[in-house]
Design a protein around this ligand. Structure first.
Ligand code: NG6
Ligand code: CA
Length: 512
């Protein structure tokens, strides 16, 4: 009883403290930037031990932040990975999450949680600049009118994007759902079925080509480059390939400058080093590895310039940056561009087996870096983390409860404060799936695919089960499925429990 007045005083002080806290404006939410490259391999950066290229600007992020050695995309190709990173849902749950043509409808449900939507509920301004490749509209798109639904309808207040890929038509920029530079007197028409009368294609006008196609890529010719799909009109709207990286960089920089006064989320999705590799003349010859190497140097330069903008705007201390790639590397992805011939000793996959399209590690294990000046201390983390986990982790960062079925919260891992990441992860490559659990990986039997011989990448398909211990065998050379049947069974049971029995249904990669 003697202490009662004191208790009341404490309580009163505590309550008034809470009240005061409510009234004080909340601590400013940090800006969040995801920098996403396209087809950049685990071994492509000097900070990941890459031997043929110097990437000082990306290395600076890695040296100041957490460099993950077990960071994964959800898939070994673009559309599914982008679906996974934005929605926090395994792409194999969505039958439409496959490499999309430029005319594909939007594959994210407009009612679905996405990173930008979640952040909007916490007062964020949100933007996407760069490659989209998640579909637009609901079916037959009229490219001369406002296109909806698209990026803006799944959470981005501002979108400045290419619809699909640089090698797919329409080869135009789309500004908040409207083709930039659309001209009613020269309407744009796009088809993936048939050519428009009188329009030259790579097959009937090879003399017009400045870049030769190797497989696929023999439809419409834009800027001397043969593409996938047919396009007519829109001359003024067509992008200049050599200026693409500069153009997206300028948009990303101007977004930061004009939105710096309130917390923002920017998803800056660069196209490099995806085909067709068209580095600006400033970078041509710089890598000594041909256009693929030059395009990586160009992307590295863009990231350096982007970081300078954050710095001059005084935002570095209040911005979390996540850097990664949508899938592993490929050299010959359909054009003759010296990627194979000039590779030298460089190993785009580093010590990993496979590459883009592959269920082997190099398909999905990618560079993954987090950086935040003053908040993240430099370190290398071996924790297993997936891009899909960003949704739940960023939600934790900003105090949101929103998440998804598959996203796991690893904010402390991203911040470098914990090394306890995922226990397991389903990996995907063109609808085929495998399980990583602890140090082990199990790949069920799958049929081969014609893509393998075109891209010259081992896709991980085999009539036998495959079981590897990544700790002892990072290059996946020793299949232990036969010698360790107990482990195989344990992995298969865990895989089926997560993936369901339907995992055997595979689809062939389309070659267009
Ligand atoms: C393939 C294309 C390849 C690339 C890929 C998508 C052919 C023969 N190959 O179908 O060049 O565009 O799709 O890459 O057309 S991704 O990184 O966007 O997934
Ligand atoms: Ca890609």
């Amino acid at each position: 009883m003697r202490n009662l007045p004191l208790t009341i005083t404490y309580l009163a002080a505590f309550t008034s403290c809470i009240a005061a806290k409510k009234e004080t404006p909340a601590v400013k939410q940090p800006n969040i930037v995801i920098i996403y490259l396209d087809d950049l391999g685990y071994g492509d950066l000097s900070c990941y031990g890459g031997i043929g290229l110097k990437t000082p600007n990306i290395d600076a992020l890695a040296n100041a932040g957490v460099r993950f050695t077990n960071g994964y995309a959800t898939s070994a190709t673009c559309t599914p990975s982008r679906y996974g990173i934005l929605t926090g849902v395994y792409p194999w749950r969505n039958k439409d999450a496959k490499i999309l043509p430029g005319t594909a409808p939007l594959i994210i449900d407009t009612a679905q949680v996405t990173i930008p939507k979640m952040l909007k509920t916490r007062g964020y301004q949100t933007a996407v600049v760069g490659k989209w490749h998640l579909g637009m509209g609901t079916g037959a798109v009229d490219w001369n009118k406002h296109i909806s639904p698209g990026a803006n309808e799944v959470g981005f207040d501002y979108s400045y994007i290419m619809a699909a890929t640089q090698d797919r038509v329409p080869t135009v920029y789309i500004d908040n759902g409207n083709v930039d530079g659309v001209d009613r007197s020269d309407p744009i028409e796009v088809s993936y079925e048939k050519n428009f009368e009188g329009q030259p294609t790579a097959l009937d006008h090879p003399e017009m080509l400045t870049m030769k196609w190797h497989h696929g890529h023999n439809n419409s010719i834009v800027n001397g480059i043969p593409r996938i799909g047919f396009m007519k009109g829109g001359e003024k709207a067509k992008w200049s390939d050599i200026d693409l990286a500069d153009h997206f960089l300028a948009k990303a920089q101007s977004y930061v400058k004009s939105h710096k006064d309130h917390p923002f989320f920017l998803y800056y999705a660069l196209n490099e080093p995806h085909v067709p590799r068209t580095p600006n003349p400033r970078f041509v010859g710089q890598s000594g590895m041909g256009p693929r190497g030059d395009a990586i140097l160009e992307a590295d330069w863009c990231i350096g310039e982007f970081m300078k903008t954050l710095e001059t705007e005084g935002l570095l201390e209040n911005t979390l940056i996540v850097f990664s790639s949508d899938n592993g590397p490929v050299l010959n992805d359909g054009y003759y561009d010296d990627a194979v011939e000039k590779l030298g000793d460089h190993k785009p996959s580093g010590p990993l087996r496979g590459g883009k399209y592959s269920l082997f590690e190099a398909g999905t294990r990618v560079p993954f870096i987090t950086c935040w000046k003053g908040k993240i201390q430099p370190k290398v983390s071996d924790a297993m983390i997936c891009q899909m986990d960003l949704l739940a982790s960023l939600a934790k960062l900003v105090g949101s409860e929103e998440s998804s079925t598959d996203s796991k919260e690893f904010l402390d891992v991203l911040m470098g404060k914990s090394d306890k990441g995922r226990e397991s992860l389903i990996l995907e490559a063109s609808s085929r799936t495998a399980l990583r659990k602890g140090d082990w990986i199990m790949i069920p039997p799958y049929k081969g695919s014609a893509v393998e011989k075109f891209v010259n990448i081992e896709l991980g398909n085999s009539p036998e089960y495959q079981l590897y211990n990544l700790k002892e065998d990072i290059g996946q050379q020793n299949n232990l499925a036969k010698s360790n049947p107990e482990k195989l069974k344990e992995m298969l049971d865990a895989f089926v429990a997560q993936r369901g029995e339907g995992y055997v249904e595979t689809e062939k990669l389309e070659l267009h």
